[in-house]
Design a protein around this ligand. Structure first.
Ligand code: ADP
Ligand code: TRP
Length: 332
C-alpha cells in the first residue's frame, strides 16, 4: 500500500545487470502495491555523462523499450521521462539551497566519478540534489535501488528532514529498498557488469552479437579434463542467475567432475539467455521500432506525473515564502 518510485539513467542501453538487478525487481515491487508506482527514465541525470543529443535520444528510447518489454504496465503505473516534468528542476533548486556543501563534496559517488574526469561539472556535483527532487516531488515512500545508491538515499532523507524542520512537515521521508538477493553480476571481463566498462551482455539485442560476447567471457586456463571451480567462474555465475535451478546444479556438478570445458559452459549460457529472454526480446524489437508508440506512452505518463508534481510544488512555494497563499488563489 505504498508509493514506489525509481529511475534509471539513460546513459546507455540497459544490460543484463540492469535488467536482473534493477528493472525486473522494480516492476515486481511496483506490481505488488495497490497504488500506481512512479517509474522514470532519468535523462537529466544522463546529461552529466552524455553530450551527444542523438545518443541521448536513442538511449532514452532503448531504456523505455526495455522497461516495457520487461513487463511494465504503463496504464497502471506512471511511466515517464524525467525531463518531461520540468517541475523537478525547480524543486532541485529549492532543495539545493538547504543542502550543506560538504555533504555533496564528500559523497563517494561524486568523489569516485570526479576522480576519473578531466573536467568536473556542477551538474555532477549536484546530481544527488536532483535525485532528491525526483523522489520528494511525488511524496515517495519506497525507493528500490542498488546498494550503490545508498548514500544518495541518505542525502535525500537528510534534505527532506531539514526542509520539514525549517518549514513544517511537508515531505514524506522515503525508505530505500535494497535488493540484497541479487548479486552484482560480473561482465564478460570479470569486473562488475557496467556500461562504463564496455563489458556488458544485452539479452534483448541481436543474438549473433550476444553469442560473440558470451564466447569472449574471460575464464582461467584450467584444461578441459580437470575439475573447475564454479564459484570463481564468470560463466557459471551468469548461468546461475538465468538458468533454472536444476540446470544450474547440473552445470555445477560438471564443473566439479572435470571433463567439461568452458566452451561448453558458454554454449549453455548462450542458450539459457536466448530462451529465458525470448518473449522480452521480441517485445523489445517491436517497441524500439515504434518510437511514436513510445512517445505516446511517455507523454501520457508525464501528464500524470506533472499533475502530482504541481500539487507538491504549490505547497513548497508557499512554505518557502515565494508565493502568498492569497495571491495564488488559495484560501488561507
Ligand atoms: P551501469 O553501471 O551499467 O552504468 P547503472 O549505474 O546505470 O549501471 O545501474 C542502474 C542500476 O542497475 C543500479 O542501481 C543497480 O541496481 C543495477 N545494476 C547495474 N549494474 C549491475 C550489475 N552488474 N549487477 C546487478 N545490478 C546492476
Ligand atoms: N542515480 C540513479 C542511478 O544511477 C538513477 C536515479 C535518478 C534514481 N533519480 C532517481 C533512482 C530517483 C531512484 C530514485 O541508478
Amino acid at each position: 500500500m505504498s508509493r514506489v518510485l525509481t529511475g534509471i539513467q539513460s546513459s546507455g542501453k540497459p544490460h543484463l545487470g540492469n535488467l536482473l538487478g534493477a528493472i525486473l525487481p522494480a516492476i515486481e515491487l511496483a506490481d505488488a502495491q495497490a497504488e500506481p508506482a512512479f517509474l522514470f527514465i532519468a535523462d537529466l541525470h544522463a546529461l552529466t555523462t552524455i553530450r551527444d543529443p542523438a545518443v541521448l535520444r536513442e538511449n532514452t528510447y532503448a531504456v523505455a523499450a526495455t522497461w516495457l518489454a520487461a513487463g511494465l504496465n504503463p496504464k497502471r503505473h506512471v511511466f515517464f521521462r524525467q525531463s518531461d516534468v520540468p517541475e523537478v528542476c525547480e524543486l532541485a533548486w529549492y532543495l539545493g539551497c538547504l543542502t550543506p556543501y560538504p555533504m555533496l563534496a564528500n559523497a563517494h559517488s561524486f568523489k569516485e566519478k570526479s576522480a576519473n574526469l578531466a573536467e568536473v561539472s556542477a551538474g555532477l556535483f549536484t546530481y544527488p540534489v536532483l535525485m532528491a527532487a525526483d523522489i520528494l516531488l511525488y511524496q515517495t515512500e519506497l525507493v528500490p535501488v542498488g546498494k550503490d545508491q545508498k548514500q544518495h538515499l541518505e542525502i535525500t532523507r537528510d534534505i527532506a528532514g531539514a526542509f520539514n524542520r525549517i518549514y513544517g512537515e511537508l515531505f514524506t521521508l522515503p525508505e530505500p529498498i535494497f535488493r540484497e538477493e541479487v548479486m552484482v553480476l560480473p561482465g564478460i571481463d570479470g569486473r562488475k557488469m557496467s556500461k562504463s566498462y564496455g563489458n556488458t551482455l544485452d539479452p534483448l539485442g541481436d543474438l549473433n552479437e550476444l553469442y560473440k560476447r558470451v564466447k569472449r567471457i574471460v575464464t582461467d586456463s584450467t584444461p578441459i579434463d580437470q575439475p573447475k571451480n564454479p564459484d570463481t567462474c564468470t560463466v557459471f555465475k551468469l548461468y546461475s542467475v538465468v538458468a533454472p535451478p536444476a540446470a544450474v546444479e547440473e552445470m555445477r556438478q560438471r564443473y566439479l567432475a572435470g571433463g567439461y570445458g568452458y566452451g561448453q559452459a558458454k554454449e549453455a549460457l548462450y542458450e539459457a539467455l536466448r530462451e529465458r529472454f525470448a518473449p522480452q526480446r521480441e517485445a523489445y524489437q517491436q517497441w524500439i521500432s515504434d518510437k511514436e508508440a513510445l512517445e505516446a506512452i511517455l507523454r501520457g505518463g508525464a501528464e500524470r506525473a506533472r499533475s502530482e508534481a504541481q500539487k507538491t510544488l504549490q505547497k513548497v512555494r508557499e512554505a518557502l515564502g515565494l508565493r502568498s497563499a492569497v495571491a495564488s488563489g488559495f484560501r488561507v
